[in-house]
Design a protein around this ligand. Sequence first.
Ligand code: GLU
Length: 307
Amino acid sequence: MKSGISIDEVLAEVVAMVRPHFGKGRPADYIPQLAGVDPRQFGMAVCTVKGEEAYVGDADVPFSAQSITKLFALGLALNQIGDEVWTRVGKEPSGTPFNFLSQLEHEQGVPRNPFINAGALAITDILLDTVPSPDALVRDFLGMLSDSRLEIDEAVARSEVETAHKNRAIANLMRGFGTLTHDAEAVILAYCRQCAITISCRQLARAALPLAADGFSPIAEETIFPSRLTRRLNALLLTCGTYDSVGSFAYRVGLPAKSGVGGGILAVVPGQATIAVWSPELDRFGTSVVGAAALEHFSQLTNCSVL
Ligand code: GLU
């Protein structure tokens, strides 16, 4: 990353630049428990592969990780069964919202990619083959990678399970096509609990470091993903990580990234650093408005875009 100024100075500039973007979005309200979050929070953390860390604002406040967990669940599934994952789910951008149903029926219950909800449900189904609680597996994986003890927010999990009507429809459709092998309700429960994992920006940036460091976690001091898999995970983030706004996100930010409706966004600068940003107000694609603006400014100031 080239900017001539320190990461701390870049973050201070980013904070000033994003201020006008508050109030342009709304926190997710289709999961009632998320609607109550104070919308004007903002945190950002950067971890470099060389061991530097910088953070600003609410970077230590735990937030609902939501779909960002899908990346780590996918990594676990790929480590477990390798390319067999791709017999269950595709690798193409969906061009549709994260919980879109009819595309799935047209495509015989095979989800377009592992980051839309249908794809994440397929990944949960794969993990259920080997563990009774994929949610705890993902929580502990993230905990190990960030050297911290992470929690599942039980109130958020309950709220999401109670209102997961569209996700239930998706799971039942896939069960009908035979692309889910476990009971749809068991998959929904594990998926919703996984989404309810809470994590702070600092913990998330640390946990994602293998994606920037060729698969190696400097925190856990071990290789987490083979180098080729790391590149492929970044390719999927770049092409599918922000749903039906993935093209404009790549245009603006130019980094592999995963959004979550809790307002978090994780971005990777391959070979260099990870960036986690959080601010709860979302655009209509489920991406944090202030978070995306912060990443756009960061990428411009540091010239770190991969494109
Ligand atoms: N738990 C959310 C859902 O299933 C995840 C969506 C997201 O974070 O993008 O609707």
